[in-house]
Design a protein around this ligand. Structure first.
Ligand SMILES: [Zn+2]
Ligand SMILES: [Zn+2]
Length: 263
């Protein structure tokens, strides 16, 4: 499976949500995961909010500045693996992105989530119902695609994950969104050249729920979007079975080399 040769969304011990287990999430251990699985490109993408952009004062993002996340550099390399340096920034409730243009050049790859809606008060009010969350899914992605970003090295993170809404809310919200809205947004994404991330743990998802995940990605593929795989791993045990998961995702979507987002 030629598509499964990379993982472009990985957290190190420098992301606070890695928790106590995160201490083993070192650059060397991440590289070892890539070597073991035969990947040729990986990217470390720790949580980041640029200290030159206002909006994160008083939040946990304040500590996630450039000095902190770049302390992992230089990254170890392997003759068969490109180990890239990136970040996962965020978009606040005013659709401000936590990365200023003068710092785009510091990163090989920039992951931007539009659905970190579990960060109540920061990315959204927090009390929205499922219809409002579905509307936010659309409007925030639309806003991202309108911005002046280096899309050739930008990926939209985990578009179908639980950050949209807790419980089964995220699945309900994704089901509410019409084909027409998905088509409109992914057509724009394709034109802008942004990467679409695939990362949900589909090994543990039943067939009905999987269809909910697959619908937007099938439409994205139809519209010509390019995709990349991202484990979003914060701890070493998440890497186990990831190649199998990536393979299942790529087979279900019929992804080939031509569909790959390449940095
Ligand atoms: Zn995320
Ligand atoms: Zn992440």
């Amino acid at each position: 499976m030629a598509f499964v040769d990379h993982d472009l969304h990985i957290h190190s011990y420098l992301s606070p949500c890695a928790g106590p287990e995160g201490v083993t999430q070192t650059a060397d251990n991440i590289l070892a995961y890539a070597v073991k699985n035969g990947f040729n490109t990986i990217c470390v993408t720790d949580h980041f909010w640029d200290e030159t952009v206002r909006g994160a004062e008083g939040t946990w993002y304040e500590k996630q500045n450039y000095a902190w996340i770049s302390s992992i550099l230089p990254l170890p390399q392997d003759e068969n693996v490109r180990f890239l340096f990136g970040c996962e920034t965020d978009m606040d409730k005013n659709n401000v992105i936590g990365l200023s243009p003068e710092n785009y050049g510091k990163f090989d790859f920039i992951v931007i989530p539009t659905n970190h809606l579990h960060l109540s008060g920061f990315t959204c009010r927090g009390d929205e119902d499922v219809r409002e969350r579905a509307a936010l899914w659309c409007s925030r992605l639309d806003s991202l695609l309108e911005q002046d970003l280096p899309f050739y090295k930008v990926g939209v993170a985990h578009l179908t994950d639980t950050g949209i809404m807790g419980g089964r809310g995220y699945l309900e919200a994704l089901s509410i969104i019409s084909d027409e809205d998905y088509i409109r947004l992914f057509r724009k994404a394709s034109r802008r050249g942004v990467g679409i991330e695939l990362n949900f743990n589909w090994l543990k998802t039943n067939d009905d729920d999987m269809e909910i995940h697959l619908r937007p990605y099938r439409i994205a593929k139809e519209e010509g979007c390019k995709f990349y795989l991202g484990s979003d791993a914060h701890a070493l045990h998440i890497f186990e079975g990831m190649r199998e998961n990536f393979t299942k995702i790529s087979v279900l979507l019929g992804l080939e080399d031509k569909d790959k987002f390449i940095i």
